[in-house]
Write a protein that binds this ligand. Structure first.
Ligand code: MN
Length: 289
């Protein structure tokens, strides 16, 4: 099933003919709030029949006629894996954009960092770059994982059972520059620096997250091309390791790290991320107003 969040936090099932509004499957107290999708995810085991019935009855609206929000607009956490592909570790190591702490470190040793949930933006929005002369902003193409069940101290072998689904995620980043080191959490948490969507695809439709081809273009230029099988720490490993620190909650988002090929974006660019079996997310880039 492909789920979308749109307009005033309506929830939709996306089919070939468009989006079918199934908001009524969630308790009415959550309607119109960013928590409606979180409630749907948390209760999906029981709610799925009602969602499917509602999707069958609701008329289809063209996706182009709705305003697509992040499919999970209000996660409690947005976890992120640093340096989770060897070729990206290599391109960053020795770069003048990073400090010595990057050398020979990767996600399986470093653990996670957080991005502010307020940095999320949906497919109908734009990446907005602040006016910081001389600084560069980079795209990072990532598989986004959405948690479905609470995960605390889970084993790697069981970790994927806590996944609800997958979506496209861009981890937009203000790069450090020589002599100016700023906190990663801040550099990656500007508003609109976490594009997510356009839809959330349930795990049963995606299958294994360990062999998904992932490509990112800026305009017509292919910048990143890799497979999730090249991750250093697998999706299951990331969840298991994180669950030993705190409980991952339904609706939480996990940015699983980027492969090599990161590079600058500027106002006027269009960034397009495609992940096999998950979807395609296209975002315009503009100056922050
Ligand atoms: Mn990243």
């Amino acid at each position: 099933m492909r789920l979308a969040c749109f307009d005033d936090y309506r929830i939709g099932v996306v089919a070939d003919d468009g989006v079918h509004d199934v908001t009524d499957a969630v308790d009415a107290r959550w309607h119109g709030t960013p928590h409606a999708m979180t409630q749907l995810i948390a209760g999906f085991g029981e709610l799925r029949p009602a969602v499917e019935a509602a999707a069958g009855k609701a008329p289809a609206r063209a996706l182009s006629e709705v305003r697509l929000l992040p499919p999970v607009p209000a996660p409690a956490h947005v976890f992120a894996a640093p340096l989770n592909y060897h070729a990206h570790v290599d391109e960053m190591t020795g770069s003048d954009m990073v400090g010595s702490s990057y050398v020979a470190s990767s996600a399986d040793q470093l653990g996670f960092f957080l991005k502010a949930p307020g940095s999320l933006v949906g497919a109908s929005g734009a990446i907005e770059l602040p006016d910081l002369p001389g600084r560069s902003f980079h795209h990072e193409a990532e598989l986004g994982v959405v948690i479905g069940k609470p995960a605390r101290d889970v084993d790697e072998a069981d970790a994927l059972s806590s996944v609800f689904g997958y979506t496209c995620l861009m981890d937009i980043t203000l790069r450090n520059q020589p002599g100016k080191t700023q906190e990663r959490v801040m550099r990656k948490s500007f508003e609109t620096f976490t594009p997510l969507g356009p839809v959330l695809v349930t795990a049963d439709e995606v299958g294994s997250p360990a062999d998904l081809d992932l490509e990112l273009w800026v305009g017509d230029e292919l910048r990143q091309k890799a497979s999730t099988r090249l991750m250093i720490a697998s999706v299951a490993r990331l969840i298991a390791d994180t669950s030993r620190v705190l409980t991952l909650r339904p609706g939480d988002v996990y940015a699983t790290g980027t492969p090599e090929g990161v590079g600058p974006i500027e106002p006027g660019d269009t960034v397009r991320l495609r992940i096999a079996r998950v979807g395609e997310l296209t975002m315009p880039v503009r100056a922050r107003g």
